[in-house]
Design a protein around this ligand. Structure first.
Ligand code: PFF
Length: 449
């Protein structure tokens, strides 16, 4: 029997869930180390420009598609522009979500092991070399990696099995406020450490000589990753928005909160890194090697470590929930499956990808695709190909092919509110700025310049 399509119960719940999707490992793990590698304040400046010129307009375009139809990308395109081939890009979203969630949940598995070890006291009390060995031993031990990853996915799908309101929305309503409180507590603690201002200087003082084209392209890609753009995630979530939600305001609020979390994560990490004389350019290992070294030198280090990994867990599970919802909603809408069936199919597919990438550093380390192991390959193609390509397609679709009345209707809730300069601004960004920027990124990747 066909189940009735429910939506988010409240506007606040819808915002919390979407912020939950946006705020994730991208903000707390990726943003700080990328800022560290790419000239601090200079990278942040470019990032902010990307959010304003690309992020918010593309987020709005996804919201317009989803909220106007209350359908996934394929159904939405069929309804809005019958016969349009753009509907096939729904598959990019579904495949992208499976691949991204596949490697993302492996990192979440590592987070659970670190949380576990922090709680039982075994994480702290080691030398920096030992931390590096510990991390190497975790990723190199197949059973540990696979078990933690599957445990994470189990928790993820347990929440999803409760549905949109009782699962997705409720967990976001609880976890997002807690995440903000934890982040603020961490920021205060970091800023009170001796020598913390050196970290703030490193993070916010623009060093354009360290930016380069790589920094600019990294910042654009990061904006896509961080705002969950291009894989139809926001189309899916906004298909559950109520008709009285305010798309413009909500997109700005969500983007601002997401950016705030990324900046706060930097303020948590860099003052501490400088205060304890660690390397700010440690790259992706920053969280798993550098931070434990720091926590153990702080009074009450065990508690800080536990709280930090709890924070990371909250941030990441609300993101994987949104990634998983993409195929689930697609299967329910397009194949008329029950939520339970759609969920089981998605869970099995994701578990397969996740196990393969969890084994990338051990049993399957010899398996390479384009010179990368499975995990690194997915980490590369997910954000760099699927999200960017999807973003390009969405921008072109809404900017050039969608009727202006539909856009106007969505931006003004059927004429109830004024859209003033917002509509021309969004259409200009979608028509010209986003396609040019994304094509430049593709050219950069292929080495054309
Ligand atoms: N925005 C998430 C992060 O910053 O970690 C990652 C993400 C979630 C990407 C959902 C894409 C997505 F559809």
């Amino acid at each position: 029997m066909k189940e009735k399509r429910t939506g988010f119960a409240t506007r606040l719940g819808a915002i919390a869930a979407t912020v939950g999707s946006a705020v994730g490992l991208g903000n707390i793990w990726r943003f700080p180390y990328q800022a560290g590698e790419n000239g601090g304040g200079a990278y942040i400046l470019v990032y902010l420009i990307c959010v304003i010129l690309l992020g918010i307009p593309i987020m709005m375009s996804e919201f317009i598609i989803g909220r106007s139809t209350h359908k996934n990308m394929k159904g939405a395109v069929q309804q809005l522009t019958p016969g349009s081939p753009f509907k096939f890009f729904a598959y990019i979203g579904v495949l992208g979500a499976l691949l991204i969630c596949g490697y993302y949940s492996v990192v979440c598995g590592w987070v659970i092991e670190y949380l576990w070890n922090s709680a039982d006291g075994s994480l702290l009390g080691h030398t920096p070399e030992q931390y590096s060995d510990m991390f190497g031993s975790l990723v190199g031990t197949p059973q540990r990696c696979v078990l933690w990853t599957l445990l994470f996915l189990l928790l993820n799908f347990l929440v999803l099995s409760r549905g949109i309101q009782k699962g997705v929305e409720r967990i976001a309503n609880i976890m997002m406020p807690l995440l903000f409180v934890l982040l603020i507590v961490f920021c205060v603690n970091s800023l009170l450490l001796p020598g913390s201002m050196k970290g703030m200087d490193f993070l916010f003082n623009p060093k354009f000589e360290n930016l380069g084209w790589k920094g600019v392209v990294d910042a654009m890609g990061q904006a896509f990753m961080s705002l969950s753009l291009g894989v139809t995630c926001l189309i899916t979530y906004s298909s559950y928005f109520n008709d009285d939600s305010r798309l413009m305001k909500d997109a700005v609020t969500i983007s601002a909160l997401d950016t705030l979390v990324a900046l706060l994560a930097g303020i948590v990490i860099f003052p501490a890194v400088f205060s304890f004389g660690m390397d700010p350019k440690a790259g992706p290992d920053l969280i798993f090697n550098t931070l434990p070294t720091i926590f153990q030198q702080m009074p009450g280090g065990t508690i800080w470590a536990v709280l930090f990994f709890v924070l990371l867990f909250f941030a990441s599970i609300t993101s994987t929930i949104s990634l998983s919802e993409i195929p689930i909603t697609f299967l329910i809408d397009e194949y008329k499956l029950s939520r339970t069936k759609a969920l089981i199919i998605t869970a099995v597919l994701m578990a397969v990808v996740a196990v393969l990438s969890a084994l990338s550093f051990s049993t399957l380390s010899d398996v390479t695709l384009f010179g990368k192991n499975i995990f690194d390959f997915l980490d590369y193609v997910g954000p760099n190909i699927f999200m960017l390509l999807g973003g390009l397609v969405t921008a072109i679709y809404v900017g050039w092919f969608l009727k202006k009345e539909i856009i106007h209707n969505q931006l003004t809730n059927g004429g109830k509110y004024r859209s003033s300069f917002v509509q021309p601004y969004i259409i200009f960004c979608l028509r010209f700025i986003a396609p040019v920027a994304i094509i430049i990124i593709f050219m950069y990747y292929t080495g054309i310049f």
